[in-house]
Design a protein around this ligand. Structure first.
Ligand code: ASP
Length: 465
């Protein structure tokens, strides 16, 4: 609105009369005078309606979370009342007149205290109210700032940001896909991407060389642990690159993020140490070891590359989808390490073949992973053959990619970060829901929009369901 001053700028306006638009953050009615804290998108300021003021009458009906336009005078606080460490600690706004822009019902939870203590289901249902709290607000703001930093960094490194489709075909990433029935083509389905893996490989074949995207990925897994059915990856791919190239760029980006967005944090070791999968399993019993020297230091970041993963593993006996004895451990498109190519070609010592896969681990969490890809059609076909796929399945499911590789596919590789997980660690949050603006519950429900929900009979009919 015209003439409106943001609350963060008020202390530069001493002795001036200004207009602010804000919510009533808190209110203490002392009868003859009323103290009010005002909040807008930029911060908080303390206000007062003085005895005898014209505004006192309207001030009486104000309640917390009412939206108001205030005309007020900015007064310097007396020396003894100055609070140095807070925004507007040296001023207060003397309310001259009040206009109520909207009223508010009493809130289902209080915003003064840390909302982490409030029932999480209530917070998720009223996400828009939780966003007014300090904690969620900070996380959303820092998410945006970090994304912005990453975008600028990667643009400066000549990476192109490319959007890839959401309505797509199945992409094997080791999970179940969500499907969307087609109305026009009865009994046909789109799949939602588990990752943009194949699209980013097409971009490389399309000669774009350097790609990134903040990609929404959908995986239909049973709500286990700290996962969401939909999450955000920072996805990257580059041509003519080997493992070192991908790792170097990612290391540089992570170091710069810490320096610029989280300067209070300290990285334990630069360059990031590397550990083989075998060593991690032998020493720590898992492939994402927490190597922090001091696990009680909230500002310590211990990054670690884990490399030399086995390319294949035995199919789980409960897995009815896999036709063969072997399946991929991370990504079917990965290339084996050069020294195992002979075994790979001869389908020998399959359990010993190591892949070019690299995972980036932070404080005991896998925050990303990627690999150099099989960029030759014949090689990729071999992976599928080892997995027991017959020619028909290979042609039907991967014919498009295998054909594309026959038109001069460059060598390429990439990585994807679990962006939510990285932010969770940076913000010191206990789970990823705290850093996802519109998070679902841990069992996959959207309580705000009430999803998954019902559809009408006619909609079902139209879709042939
Ligand atoms: N597409 C892989 C994933 O989602 C990451 C990659 O290899 O780039 O895990």
């Amino acid at each position: 609105m015209q003439n409106r001053v943001n609350i963060e700028n008020l202390s530069k306006k001493k002795n001036e009369t200004v207009i602010i638009n804000a919510w009533i953050h808190s209110r203490r009615d002392q009868g003859k005078m009323i103290f009010l804290d005002f909040r807008d998108g930029t911060g908080l300021v303390q206000g007062v309606i003085l005895p005898g003021s014209k505004a006192l009458e309207l001030g009486k009906i104000l309640r917390e979370e009412f939206v108001v336009e205030i005309e007020g005078k900015i007064n310097a606080r007396p020396e003894k009342n100055i609070k140095k460490d807070i925004l507007n600690g040296d001023i207060e706004i003397e309310v001259l007149s009040v206009k109520i822009l909207n009223e508010s019902k009493a809130l289902p939870f209080n915003l003064f205290y840390d909302t982490i203590k409030v029932d999480e289901l209530l917070r998720l249902k009223y996400r828009y109210l939780d966003m007014r709290s300090k904690r969620l607000r900070k996380n959303i703001i820092n998410r945006s700032k970090t994304q912005n930093f990453i975008r600028n960094f990667l643009h400066n490194e000549n990476y192109l940001e490319v959007e890839t489709p959401i309505l797509s075909a199945p992409t094997p990433e080791g999970a179940r896909s969500f499907v969307v029935p087609s109305r026009v083509y009865k009994n046909k389905f789109y799949s939602l991407p588990q990752s943009p893996q194949q699209y980013k490989q097409f971009l490389m074949i399309g000669g774009l060389e350097k790609y990134f995207q903040f990609a929404k990925c959908m995986r239909d897994e049973d709500g286990r642990g700290d996962r969401q059915p939909e999450f955000t990856q920072l996805d990257m791919e580059m041509s003519f690159a080997d493992e070192e190239d991908v790792m170097k760029l990612n290391e540089k980006l992570l170091i710069e993020i810490v320096k610029n967005c989280y300067p209070e944090k300290r990285i334990q070791q630069i360059p990031f140490p590397k550990m083989t999968y075998k060593e991690a399993m032998e020493k720590y019993g898992n492939d994402r070891p927490d190597i922090r020297e001091d696990k009680n230091d909230p500002n310590l970041l211990a990054f670690l590359w884990v490399v030399d993963f086995p390319m294949f593993e035995k199919v789980d006996i409960n897995d009815n989808e896999s036709p063969g004895e072997w399946t991929f451990t991370h990504n079917p498109f990965s290339k084996p390490k050069n020294e195992y190519l002979e075994d790979f070609n001869d389908k020998k010592n399959i359990d010993k073949i190591l892949s070019t896969q690299y995972d980036i681990v932070l404080n005991g969490f896998e925050i990303g992973g990627g690999s150099i890809r099989n960029h030759k059609s014949e090689m990729l076909k071999k992976t599928f053959k080892i997995m027991g796929y017959n020619n028909d399945i290979i042609k039907n499911n991967f014919g498009h990619l295998l054909e594309a590789m026959e038109f001069g596919a460059p060598p390429h590789g990439g990585i994807a970060w679990g962006f939510d997980r990285l932010l969770m660690i940076m913000e010191g949050e206990p789970n990823i829901r705290e850093v996802i603006p519109f998070s679902k519950t841990s069992d996959g429900k959207d309580l705000l929009m009430k999803a998954p929900g019902n559809i009408s009979k006619s909609q079902k009919k139209e879709l042939g369901l």
